[in-house]
Design a protein around this ligand. Structure first.
Ligand SMILES: [Ca+2]
Ligand SMILES: [Ca+2]
Length: 237
């Protein structure tokens, strides 16, 4: 674990290989910067990867520039879902060269208040990206591959199911927004019954999936996308 409890900015952490969750103590495989402090540059050449016992995790107040050369993988251990990338405040640019992948046990979770850009070159599969709070914003979300069984909730309450980005979410009164979402591959939910997947915010500027643009303008829009009937991109204003 790399930890800093100071409120001073940490200018740079660079790991050539992977950051991997550890054994049974549950706190290894972590970069843990004070939630009032900024980590300006984080480079992980390989994966941010979880093991059976614990997750690879990054936590800070602000994450200005994050580059992950590999993929982000959630743990497969039942009931051990954690937020693998957490900024108490803002994220500048988050670039992931590989994929963001969870599994049937745990979603890969990314959580912040605001983000300028999230770019994933591979697929987003069993992942939840949360912009938390009534003023949450995400500028651009670009995904090079497919979007599968994944959620992007910006400025919502999770509702009775306690999950962000599902059908029972309520959009908070405020100024939340998603500027644009561009998914180059296909987008879909899951073939199982009873679950739901949303890209949701008060205002969404533009969405394209597989080269098809879905109209988002003034007023409320709701577009079901994909073959599974449980994935909807929805805004309110
Ligand atoms: Ca929910
Ligand atoms: Ca709208």
């Amino acid at each position: 674990m790399i930890a800093s409890t100071s409120t001073a900015t940490v200018k740079s952490i660079s790991i050539g290989g992977s950051l991997i969750g550890g054994s049974e103590d549950g706190i290894s495989g972590r970069i843990d910067i004070a939630l009032s402090a900024t980590l300006s540059n984080l480079f992980i050449g390989g994966d941010l990867r979880s093991t059976f016992f614990s997750s690879g995790e990054v936590r800070a107040g602000t994450l200005s520039n994050v580059t992950i050369g590999g993929s982000v993988y959630a743990s497969e251990t039942p009931d051990t879902e954690v937020t693998q990338i957490f900024a108490a405040g803002s994220v500048g640019t988050l670039r992931i060269s590989g994929s963001v992948g969870g599994n049937d046990e745990n979603m890969a979770v990314i959580n912040f208040d605001r983000a300028t850009k999230v770019k994933v070159n591979g697929r987003v599969d069993h992942a939840t990206i949360i912009g938390e709070g009534a003023a949450a914003t995400v500028g651009k979300v670009n995904v090079g591959g497919a979007w599968v069984a994944s959620r992007l909730a910006v400025g919502t309450t999770p509702g009775a199911d306690t999950l962000y980005g599902t059908a029972d979410d309520t959009i908070l009164v405020g100024t939340s927004s998603i500027g644009s979402v561009k998914i180059k591959g296909q987008a879909l939910g899951s073939p199982e019954a009873g679950d739901s997947f949303r890209i949701i915010s008060k205002t969404i500027g533009a969405v394209s999936v597989g080269g098809v643009a879905y109209p988002f303008g003034a007023g409320a829009q709701s577009h079901p996308i994909g073959v599974t009937d449980d994935f909807v991109v929805i805004d309110q204003t």
